[in-house]
Design a protein around this ligand. Structure first.
Ligand code: NAD
Length: 328
């Protein structure tokens, strides 16, 4: 049996494909390549280039391959872009996901792992955030993901669909072969390293008066390879008959923006200029996961438990790929 991986040429998807194949899984990718990279896809992995909302294409894929599960990464991922063009985000991330789910159910594929996000929680009411924390997203990106979560829950009883929705915190780091290459890049770790590489003059720090130890926002960084392993465990859980599950994927430890910059200075040996700028609207001060549920239910044991290892792996990849995959 094969696994359909949507968004499998993107950052987290491509690393997960690498992990799944290392376990001997057969993988089929569905990706529009809009923000992904064909170079990440191994030669012997079939790529169907197109939209997850293209029902004819999804039916064709299901008819052509023997698929028993789908890992659904494909989405647009920028909070700011979702605020500027919400209908586009709802169409791409929500409507197309619903179309995909409908085709999967009709085609008999009832095991789904879904890429959800910490953005479904909104402003934290307590920390660390566990899965029972209320969900009040602050932007269309978060709302679009939450609506898919709700559709998954409703589909469980109605169609016998079983799912694991993984709410990632800040994915970062790289494997030896695959790293983060987004255009535009909005994530902190690659942007700090771009400053180290001289690809940008300085790093903007948005606000230094937050109620955190050094005044800059604190986030939970989780290594992309640990995320990949969590997807493999989620699949095993579903294949063992596990029922609908929402779990956080984070390290359970928070680092401030200034701590990330300091770590990157140490690892790269570069000065990395940081300039304090105005805070961004809607940036919470503290976003750290409780990952106890993933450990207890999925048996997830993150192998990277500190920022040092995450930044070092990203630096290794970026310094060997200063132009990313070189296709954009
Ligand atoms: N990167 C993070 O820190 C983070 C955090 C929380 C959640 N997530 C979620 O994880 C998933 C993967 O994130 P990523 O950072 O790897 O993103 P990415 O942009 O690197 O990869 C997404 C891939 O999906 C493709 N895609 C987008 N819409 C599509 C569509 N309608 N049909 C077919 N392909 C489509 C893109 O072209 C790209 O190849 C996303 O669902 C994102 O919302 C990411």
């Amino acid at each position: 049996m094969a696994i359909l991986v949507t968004g499998g040429s993107g950052y987290i998807g491509s690393v997960t494909v690498e992990m799944l194949r290392a376990q001997g899984e057969q993988v089929i990718i569905l990706d529009d390549l809009f923000r992904g990279h064909a170079a990440t896809i191994p030669d012997d992995v079939p790529l169907h280039q197109g939209k997850v909302g293209d029902r004819t294409l999804v039916r064709h894929i299901l008819a052509t391959h023997d698929i028993d599960a789908c890992i659904h990464f494909a989405a647009l991922t920028y909070v700011g872009e979702s605020v500027d063009d919400p209908l586009h985000y709802y169409e791409n991330n929500t409507n197309q996901s619903l179309a995909l789910l409908q085709e999967l159910v009709t085609g008999g594929v009832r095991q789904i792992v879904f890429s959800s996000t910490a953005a479904t929680y909104g402003e934290p009411q307590y920390t660390p955030l566990d899965e029972a924390h209320p969900q009040h997203p602050e932007n269309p990106y978060g709302w679009g993901k939450l609506l898919v979560e709700r559709a998954l829950s409703a589909s469980e009883g109605a169609y016998g669909l079983r799912f694991v929705a993984l709410r990632y915190f800040n994915a970062s780091g790289a494997t030896a072969e695959r790293g983060e290459d987004h255009e535009p890049e909005s994530h902190l770790v690659p942007n700090v390293l771009f400053a180290a590489l001289g690809k940008r003059e300085y790093l903007s720090v948005f606000g230094d008066q937050y109620p955190t130890p050094d005044g800059t926002p604190v986030r939970d960084y989780v290594h992309v390879a640990d995320l990949g392993r969590a997807h493999a465990l989620a699949l095993a859980y579903l294949r063992d008959g596990g029922e609908g599950l929402y779990v956080n994927l984070g390290s359970g430890r928070g680092y401030s923006v200034l701590e990330v910059i300091e770590t990157a200075r140490r690892i790269t040996g570069k000065p990395i200029e940081a300039r304090i700028e105005a805070p961004r609207a809607g940036d919470p001060s503290f976003l750290v996961a409780s990952a106890d549920k993933a450990r207890a239910i999925l048996g997830w044991q993150p192998q990277f438990d500190d920022l040092e290892g995450i930044v070092a792996s990203a630096w290794d990849w970026h310094s060997r790929h200063p132009h990313g995959y070189g296709d954009q």
